[in-house]
Design a protein around this ligand. Structure first.
Ligand SMILES: NC(=O)c1ccc[n+]([C@@H]2O[C@H](COP(=O)([O-])OP(=O)(O)OC[C@H]3O[C@@H](n4cnc5c(N)ncnc54)[C@H](OP(=O)(O)O)[C@@H]3O)[C@@H](O)[C@H]2O)c1
Length: 326
């Protein structure tokens, strides 16, 4: 297949392109930053510089590439996330998930592209009632924390328009497996405490496993939604000490809810105490997906062994962060 990957230079895109090539596909890979063309080329794709927020440019790029499939992996999450002003931090990404998705779907229509796969998010998305691990059929959180309303609405929009157009939505867990993973610095600096009882559940996914599921999804017809998470949804009080150890950091601090609320806002408190994880049963069954890293319990240690030494740094007061819900 000829595959058009929007966001080929990103965390997932850069794992995905080599796996697509290995599976026999030809890839056109987009990047936003001019300096990333060479990176995309080295991954094995034909690079195209593209701003997904320019609809005409998107149509031109897709028509020129005449792909059989489009995979939307563009986000704008590099840099610090401010959990207190969550929607502000996610604004650009929310635009990529709404306007960017609209542009790619319009381009797919114009170019007669039948297959469409898009990045969504699973961890901390589902309703904060009932069981702690949710399937794709379970309801999403009907009452998101106010600071996250735009970001959650953008994800919901993407899920709806992509499946409405017959495409496949991949609700990934929290990515890990790269040197720039968002949790590394806060955990090393002990700025990410266990909030309250630490009962909020997270779902993780190693980037290589996420890319493998994405390659498999291309072979399937939509509309469909799959949680692309590992086997081991777990509460913060379990995974955070394991992550700290894997990074060679000191154990996480503990923070009462009021303190977390003060320093990091309600979204961080929710993620630390109430959020739900996701089940991968459907993706394993329907996509015949096999994980190389079925649980973060071993995955963190393997992924972070190269960077686990020489990081005894510690920062001051308990600024609080939670896993990035993207
Ligand atoms: N599920 C998750 O946990 C999840 C999901 C996404 C990201 N993250 C995390 O967020 C951090 C940053 O992610 P990242 O490294 O992938 O970087 P990123 O800045 O989010 O960029 C992702 C991709 O989107 C492209 N892009 C950005 N703005 C664009 C625009 N306006 N039009 C078209 N393409 C655009 C980027 O191009 P350029 O690189 O050329 O700018 C890149 O190819 C990482 O730690 C990652 O793990 C986590």
């Amino acid at each position: 297949m000829r595959v058009f990957v929007a966001g080929a230079s990103g965390a997932l895109g850069s794992r995905l392109v080599p796996q697509l090539i290995a599976a026999g596909h030809e890839v056109t890979g987009t990047h936003r930053s001019p300096g990333n063309a060479e990176r995309v080329r080295r991954l094995g794709a034909e690079p195209v510089q593209l701003d997904l927020l320019n609809p005409d440019a998107v149509i031109d790029a897709v028509v020129a590439a005449h792909p059989d499939a489009i995979i939307h992996q563009a986000t704008a999450l590099a840099g610090d996330l401010d959990f207190k002003h969550f929607d502000r931090s996610f604004h650009q990404t929310s635009l990529l998930r709404t306007q960017g998705t609209d542009s790619l779907l319009a381009a797919a229509k114009a170019a007669g592209v039948k297959r469409f796969v898009a990045q969504s998010y699973a961890s901390a998305r589902y309703a904060r009632t009932g069981g702690m691990v949710k399937t794709e059929d379970d309801p999403l959180d009907p009452d998101p924390i106010p600071a996250t309303r735009e970001a959650t609405a953008a994800l919901r929009y993407l899920d709806e328009v992509v499946t409405g157009a017959g495409g496949i939505v991949l609700r990934y867990g929290v990515f890990y497996g790269a040197a720039n993973d968002g949790l590394i610095e806060p955990v090393r600096k002990r700025m990410f405490p266990i909030v309250g009882g630490g009962a909020g559940v997270s779902s993780f996914i190693h980037l290589d496993d996420a890319a493998a599921a994405t390659v498999l999804a291309l072979e399937h017809r939509g509309p469909a939604i799959y949680n692309i998470v590992d086997d081991d949804a777990a509460p913060v009080r379990e995974w955070l000490p394991v992550l700290a150890k894997a990074l060679g950091a000191k154990p996480p601090r503990r923070a009462p809810r009021w303190m977390a609320r003060l320093f990091a806002g309600e979204a961080a408190v929710m993620m630390g105490t109430q959020s739900r994880g996701a089940s991968n049963a459907k993706a394993k069954r329907k996509l015949d997906w096999k994980l190389h890293h079925p649980t973060w319990r071993e995955g963190f240690a393997v992924a972070y062994a190269p960077i686990a030494s020489g990081n005894e740094r510690e920062s001051g007061p308990a600024a609080v962060m939670s896993p990035s819900p993207t």
